[in-house]
Every structure is written in structure tokens, then in C-alpha cells.
Design a protein around this ligand. Structure first.
Ligand code: ADP
Ligand code: ZN
Length: 721
């Protein structure tokens, strides 16, 4: 009897054996439906020698129920799923789920029905329906999606369909996306751009793994260069994937892509409608989707013939996923390219130390673009010493920065203020009793948001209206906002520079591609004089008339103190500085700091990235920190503090003690409480030669963990909270 081993999409189970029904003819990668108890679940046929499983005699074997009519999961993607599970210590089903993330894509569907608001809406509506209609303006989707967007039940949506308030629309699920034209509008490249583009294009057409670091200063034309790699991938009949850190910000990128290639690429992100996800998944699997731009989860799409992966802004730590399978998109991108025998380009003006180390080790080829395109100069960066030039009491902008904002405005140019803090004030304090208003579920202060008049927890989303009295001592008129967020800076600007038209750029205001596109249009039309934003403004924008960048608190990022605090601050400030003077007018950058003599500030002012990186790299090497050593974070969490502490103590007691490995902790996590769960951390620090996953796996296996407690492992952690 023929049998196959199937990796099943079921938490806690690995691979199971099944009998192959006569005539089904299954091979590795085939996506199948198999019986499990009374149910049927999805799985993928796998090479039998890759997973161990319990031996089941022929007589007891159940049969595969069906094979889905979709292309099989390719061998490189199967190897990627194995690697990701093993490296990040995640259950195989959890990784497989990322590759089979669209269950509806497996099934042939003649047409889908979606709904949108009818053109005629009567006036006499229940308030529930009226509110839903307001929220559904411009939306189209399934009953479930509309229920989510309208924040009503699916029953309400079905009722609205019956009442004719929503009109059904038949959607064809599988129209192939247009093919971008590699010769639509090729630019004339500068000499240095052409050299880099040629290297990438040649690698794309060769059938071999080729990793590149495309290290070019801001405005040097990195996008134009890797576009030539995409063109080569299309010409050779293959597919290209571009990963971007902030999918909501891709509007300008999409416009440039369309201008270069004549049509839009296929987009992949969490905000897609069900029918769009299905169409994308299927067209990626058939090879019809030639260019995909997406969030990190696009790395697990079933590409048929992937030739090129670009990681844009490759230094960005948002490529690291912090829940579920805790993978790093940049590293998985390199691994996928290596398994696909494809090219990978990490594009950034401020490469991560990990990436530079790979160049030094000779593993990645470095392509440099040392100057801005078209003769634009890099902006002059200088510091404002807040000790000698402090802002007036209760203000956050120093006199020299205010003067610069005024001058820039008078010259008809635009400015940007960067402060990486959403909301109005990070802390609300009671003057009477000293109470600091905290989140009831997290070890965190609530952040005041004036736009919504609420106090918000930035960790769990808890919020409440700003209370009129102190919740602790009931004193009236006693609560004071402490410290600035972007909303407070905007208020200050409105007070002292009332002529400036200001736009706030944070995830509260720019939460969709459409909002981002509207912002870009407004800035380009000079309807905005000043952008005030969080890290969202540091990325990707190209505004030729923006000539002044002010960093409100250059010291802010250093406060956290984790191993990457200096590097991250440097990258962030260098990126935001790179928004200035990208056109013909020269730019300038002013950094407000209490420590203008610190190495990092001097390096920024002197454009001495190499010196700064060298010093950081030496420090990491001396301490054996990544990339010269390895880390794994272990977090024990649960609602019952005693149970959490017990497990943490047992882990501490049985911690592996061996050469080249140390376990720090257990200690309460900085976020000792998150979403109502108590959290205790341990940190494993090992030499590079240590089999970290093996040691950590055996260690945790040996400790009894009750069902109410969770132990999660974070390999190569970026988050130390
Ligand atoms: P980076 O990503 O390195 O910051 P961009 O790719 O955004 O730089 O390029 C900066 C600006 O210069 C963009 O407006 C881009 O269109 C323009 N540019 C770069 N290279 C060329 C070129 N070869 N021909 C025309 N415009 C170019
Ligand atoms: Zn909270």
C-alpha cells in the first residue's frame, strides 16, 4: 500500500502518515485534505525522511481525502519552512500556516460575492445601521469583512443586504495581474548607479544565490538601481519580491513603480480584502504575479519562480516579528534567496552591524552609492545644545530651532520636525497626590492623546477618556501632562508660528495607503509648510522643497539602553536627516541634544558613519554580543504571578552551564505586566559556535510548565522589554 507523510496544519501535531487512494498519485509538496478524528484538516505531503512520526500499521492507516488543484509547495519553500521552524524554535504547523495563510485560495471558486453600499440610502435608518453605513463608505468586501469594518455583527450586515442597503457584486477570483513592462520607462543611470545595477541584473539572470548590500546615501537612487534588478527578473521570466517596512507608506513607492514599469505591482499586506488575498496567493503560486511588494509575511508566499528579493530600508527593526513565529524578515529573506538560488538585495543608507559583518566576512557583496543623484548635496547637520539654548519653560523648541523654522518658511520652503513619540504627553501626573496614571494591565504609563481626548496604553490598546479628576485622590484640576509628544509640539508651533500649515505624521493620522497618498499630494502642492512626525516620517519620502529637519529630542532613543540603542538612534537620525535638501536647494539638519559632545552626535555632524560603526562594532566584539555572539530571550508569562515565578525559578535552577554560554536571570521583565500577564525574563548569551537552539530546547523541555504559563523563546531578540 502506498503511504505518504503529511505535515498537518494542526497546532501540536507534526507529520502524520496517510494512505494514498488508488489513482491519486501524490508527491512532495502536494497540498491535501486529510482526516483527523471526525474532522478534515489541510496538510502538505512532505519527504518522509524529514519528519519522524509514530509508526502506524497499514491496516490502521486512514486515507488522504483529497488533493487540492493548486501548484505544490516547492522544494525551496519546504526547506524554508523547515529552517524557519528549527531556527526560531517554532512549531512546524505555525510556520506552515504562514505559507498557507489563505485557506480559500486552495479551493476553486467560480465567483465570489462581495457587497458595497447601495447608491440610494433611505433616511429612516436605525442608529446602528446609520453608524455602520458611515464606516462602510467606499468599502467593498465579504459579509465578514464588512462586519469587521462597520464594527457590527455579521447578522446586521446580512440584514442590511436583505433591506437593499448593500448591493451584491460578483467578483471574479482569478484575473491575472498585469505584467510590468521592464522597458516601459527605463531611466538614464549615473555611472555609479549603472555599475551597481549591472551587477544586480547579472546576478538575477544567473542561477545562483547572490546576496548584495546596496549601501547608498539617502537620495542616491537605490530604488532606481534595484528597479533594474526587477526588470532583469521580469525579462528572464521570473518573479521579484520587494519587502518594505511600512506598507501604509508605499503610495509614493507604488507611483514610482508604475511610472517605471507601466502598471502597479501586486501588493501583499494585512489590510487586503479576502478576495484580493486569494487572488494574490494563487497568482503568486502560478507565477502570474511577477512583482510583489509586501510586508514581511510575503516571504512565505508560494512563489513559483522567485529570482530576486529586495529588502528596502533593510536596517529597519520592524522587519522583526515579535509575536507568533518570532522571525526576522531580513534574515529569512536571505535564507529564502539562498534556497531558491536567487539574488537578494539589502538596500539601506545605514546598514545594520549584522549586515556589515556579513560584508566583512565576505558573504555579501557590497555595492556603494556614495553621492546623491543629480548633484544634490547631503544636508549640513549641526547640534543645538539644550544646556545653553534651552526652550522657554513649558516649551520644547529652542530659540535657534524656532528661528530656523521661521527662516525656512519665509524662504517658501518646507520643514520637518521629528519626535518619536505619538500623542500629546507620555505621562499624566496628579499634582496633589503624585499619582502617575498607569495602564491597569501593563507596566506602562498611559499616553494622553488630545486628538481623541483619551489616555491610551501603547502596549495593549487600553484607553479611557481623559478623566476630569485624579482617579486616585479625586482632586479636581490637578492632572498635568508631562513631557512632549508630537501633538504637543504641534500645539507649540500653532502658538508661536501660527502662519505655518502643519501636518501630523504618525500611525494615528497616516493609517492607510490612501492617507499617505493624500499627505504626499498635500506636501507636493505646498499646502503644508511643516511636517511633525514620528519614525513614520523618516522613511522613503522625497520632497524636493523640504530643506529643514529638526530633531526635537536626539537623546530620546538612547534612553532605553539595549545593545542596539546607539545604532538605532544613529540610523533613525541619519534617515530623517536624509529627508532634507533632496532637490536643488541645500538642506540643513538641527539636532536638539543635551550631549552635543557624545560620540554619536559628533559622528552624525561629521558624517562619520564609518567611525561610529567601527566603535560600536568593536564594543560588540569585546562583549561577544551579536553578530559576534548569540542571544536568545526567554519570557515566562501568565496571569498567575506565583505560577509564573515558579516556572521561572525552575528554569533558573536548571539553566545550562557550559563553556561559552551564560544564562542571565530570571528577572522581572521591564514590562513586568503586559495585557494582564505577569512576565519574567531570562537571557541566554552564547558564543557563535554554541548550538543555541539545541541547548535551549533541551533546557526548556526539562522544566514542567503548567497550562496556565507560557514560555516563549526569541532567537536573536531585538526587543528586550
Ligand atoms: P534613495 O532610495 O537612495 O534615497 P531614490 O531612489 O529615492 O534614493 O532617489 C532619489 C531621487 O532621485 C528620486 O526622486 C529619484 O527618482 C531620483 N533619481 C535617482 N536616480 C535617478 C536617475 N538615474 N534618473 C532620474 N532620476 C533619478
Ligand atoms: Zn496596557
Amino acid at each position: 500500500m502506498a503511504r505518504v507523510r503529511v505535515l498537518v496544519l494542526q497546532h501540536g501535531l507534526g507529520a502524520l502518515d496517510y494512505a494514498v487512494p488508488d489513482g491519486m498519485g501524490l508527491g512532495p509538496g502536494d497540498i491535501v485534505e486529510v482526516p483527523l478524528g471526525p474532522r478534515r484538516i489541510v496538510g502538505v505531503v512532505w519527504e518522509a525522511d524529514r519528519w519522524a512520526t509514530r509508526e502506524v500499521p497499514d491496516a490502521k492507516l486512514r486515507a488522504v481525502a483529497a488533493r487540492f488543484a493548486v501548484p505544490p509547495v516547492t522544494a525551496p519553500l519546504r526547506r524554508l519552512i523547515e529552517w524557519t521552524g528549527a531556527y526560531y524554535m517554532a512549531p512546524p504547523a505555525a510556520v506552515l500556516r504562514m505559507a498557507l495563510s489563505v485557506p480559500s485560495a486552495l479551493i476553486e471558486a467560480p465567483t465570489l460575492v462581495e457587497y458595497r453600499l447601495a447608491t440610494e440610502v433611505p433616511g429612516n435608518l436605525t442608529s446602528l445601521r446609520a453608524a455602520a453605513i458611515e464606516r462602510l463608505a467606499g468599502r467593498q468586501g465579504s459579509v465578514r469583512e464588512l462586519a469587521r469594518h462597520g464594527t457590527v455583527s455579521e447578522g446586521v450586515i446580512r440584514g442590511m443586504v436583505k433591506a437593499g442597503l448593500l448591493t451584491p457584486i460578483a467578483v471574479s477570483p482569478d484575473v491575472p495581474p498585469p505584467v510590468p513592462d521592464p522597458d516601459f520607462a527605463a531611466p538614464v543611470l549615473s555611472y555609479e548607479q549603472a555599475v551597481a545595477a549591472e551587477d544586480i541584473a547579472q546576478a538575477v539572470t544567473a542561477d545562483a544565490f547572490a546576496p548584495f548590500l546596496l549601501d547608498g546615501v539617502t537620495g542616491s537612487g537605490k530604488t532606481e538601481v534595484y528597479f533594474e534588478g526587477i526588470a532583469a527578473a521580469i525579462r528572464s521570466g521570473g518573479q521579484a519580491l520587494i519587502l518594505v517596512p511600512e506598507i501604509a507608506l508605499t503610495a509614493p513607492w507604488l507611483a514610482r513603480f508604475a511610472a517605471r514599469f507601466g502598471c502597479a505591482p501586486v501588493a501583499w499586506h494585512s489590510d487586503l480584502r479576502g478576495s484580493e488575498r486569494r487572488r494574490t496567493w494563487r497568482s503568486v503560486a502560478t507565477g502570474n504575479a511577477r512583482v510583489v511588494v509586501g510586508a514581511r509575511s510575503a516571504l512565505f508566499l508560494p512563489f513559483a519562480k522567485l529570482r530576486l528579493i529586495v529588502v528596502d530600508e533593510a536596517h529597519d527593526s520592524s522587519f522583526k516579528q515579535d509575536d507568533g513565529v518570532q522571525y526576522h524578515g531580513r534574515d529569512v529573506a536571505v535564507m529564502r534567496a539562498s534556497l531558491e538560488q536567487a539574488t537578494v538585495v539589502l538596500a539601506t543608507a545605514t546598514p545594520a552591524i549584522e549586515t556589515q559583518a556579513q560584508v566583512t566576512r565576505g558573504r555579501y557583496v557590497e555595492l556603494k552609492l556614495p553621492s546623491r543623484f543629480g548633484g544634490a548635496q547631503l544636508p549640513a547637520i549641526s547640534t543645538i545644545d539644550l544646556r545653553t539654548d534651552p526652550p522657554p519653560r513649558g516649551n520644547w523648541l529652542s530659540p535657534p530651532l524656532v528661528a530656523a523654522l521661521r527662516e525656512t518658511h519665509v524662504a517658501g520652503e518646507q520643514s520637518l520636525l521629528f519626535l518619536n513619540r505619538r500623542g500629546y504627553a507620555p505621562l499624566t501626573l496628579c499634582r496633589t497626590c503624585g499619582n502617575r496614571i498607569e495602564c491597569p494591565q501593563c507596566t506602562a504609563w498611559l499616553v494622553e492623546h488630545r486628538l481623541t481626548a483619551r489616555l491610551q496604553c501603547h502596549h495593549c490598546g487600553y484607553s479611557l477618556p481623559v478623566p476630569p479628576r485624579c482617579p486616585s485622590c479625586d482632586a479636581e484640576y490637578s492632572l498635568v501632562a508631562c513631557g512632549p509628544g508630537v501633538e504637543r509640539v504641534a500645539e507649540e508651533v500653532a502658538r508661536i508660528l501660527p502662519d505655518l500649515r502643519v501636518a501630523l505624521v504618525t500611525s494615528d493620522t497616516i493609517f492607510s495607503p490612501a492617507r499617505a497618498a493624500a499627505l504626499v499630494a498635500a506636501v507636493e502642492a505646498h499646502e503644508i509648510d511643516l511636517l511633525i512626525g514620528t519614525q513614520l516620517v523618516t522613511k522613503g519620502y522625497h520632497f524636493p522643497d523640504l530643506t529643514l529637519v529638526g530633531v526635537v529630542d536626539a537623546d530620546l532613543g538612547l534612553a532605553g539602553g539595549d545593545l542596539r540603542a546607539g545604532e538605532r538612534t544613529f540610523q533613525q537620525i541619519a534617515q530623517v536627516a536624509g529627508r532634507a535638501g533632496r532637490g536643488s536647494k541645500p538642506g540643513r539638519v538641527l539636532l536638539q541634544t543635551h550631549q552635543p559632545d557624545a560620540r554619536i552626535m559628533r559622528a552624525l555632524v561629521e558624517y562619520d558613519a564609518a567611525g561610529f560603526y567601527a566603535a560600536e562594532t568593536d564594543a560588540r566584539r569585546d562583549l561577544g554580543l551579536p553578530p559576534f555572539g548569540r542571544l536568545a530571550g526567554v519570557v515566562v508569562s501568565g496571569e498567575d504571578a506565583a505560577a509564573v515565578n515558579l516556572v521561572a525559578r525552575d528554569l533558573g535552577r536548571s539553566a545550562p552551564r557550559s563553556d561559552g554560554l551564560a544564562v542571565l536571570g530570571p528577572a522581572p521583565a521591564p514590562l513586568a505586566m503586559l495585557r494582564g500577564r505577569h512576565r519574567v525574563r531570562l537571557l541566554v548569551h552564547a558564543r557563535r559556535s554554541v548550538d543555541l537552539q539545541g541547548v535551549v530546547g533541551a533546557w526548556i523541555e526539562g522544566v514542567k510548565v503548567p497550562a496556565s504559563v507560557r514560555v516563549t523563546v526569541d532567537i536573536d531578540p531585538y526587543n528586550f522589554l
